[in-house]
Write a protein that binds this ligand. Sequence first.
Ligand code: ADE
Length: 239
Amino acid sequence: MYFHIMTLFPEMVLGGLRTSIIGRAEEKGCISIEAVNIRDYTTDKHKKVDDYTYGGGAGMLMQAQPVYDCWRALDERIAGQKTRVIYVTPQGEVFSQKKAAELSMEEDLIFLCGHYEGIDERVLDEIVTDYISIGDYVLTGGELPAMVMIDAIARLVPGVLNNGESAQTESHADGLLEYPQYSRPEVWHEKRVPDVLLSGHHANIEKWRLEQALERTRERRPDMYEAYIREHPVKPSKK
Ligand code: ADE
């Protein structure tokens, strides 16, 4: 899968994404990440990419021309069928695990990162296919949200995670938060690992994990718990 990021700060996104698991996945060739500098496409002789907003108001706006020319060059180079362009914005639909799974099916994705007070609406109208937010709060630019989304999408691409199972059992994959997990030693700060996990009895371990996942979800995310119970009406018997 190919990720293309349109940004004024390529070194920021590449620095963050070319580390750890996502960085190794790129080295292995499972995914490819490129950042294109929008400033390279401005026709302004001072390399300016922003200007005041018509009608007044605080701050500067990214202009249509460099954003459009940057996208045109990228889209022509990709030469795929209608590559989706995601504008990361607090005005978008809120990102979720479901959205990550949907987007991980694409061959190419273009992320457009805004800065300053945003981007001239006319170019957004022409090139953007999806408006996506990472939550109801405002950041100073689109780079961090793009990195968050790319991380969540990339780890669902086959081969990125070594253990294929971990993406299926983790929190949110099935509508529940993940059960608690323990590693060595068996006793730490006088706290014992639950006996069932040392029993080697797989059916009991599975049952315990489901109960824990349900309990944890009910406590921490009652909204998710309600939705899960609605879809799985037979409540497992409580001990
Ligand atoms: N840009 C600024 N804030 C954002 C947010 N919450 N989500 C996506 N893009 C943003």
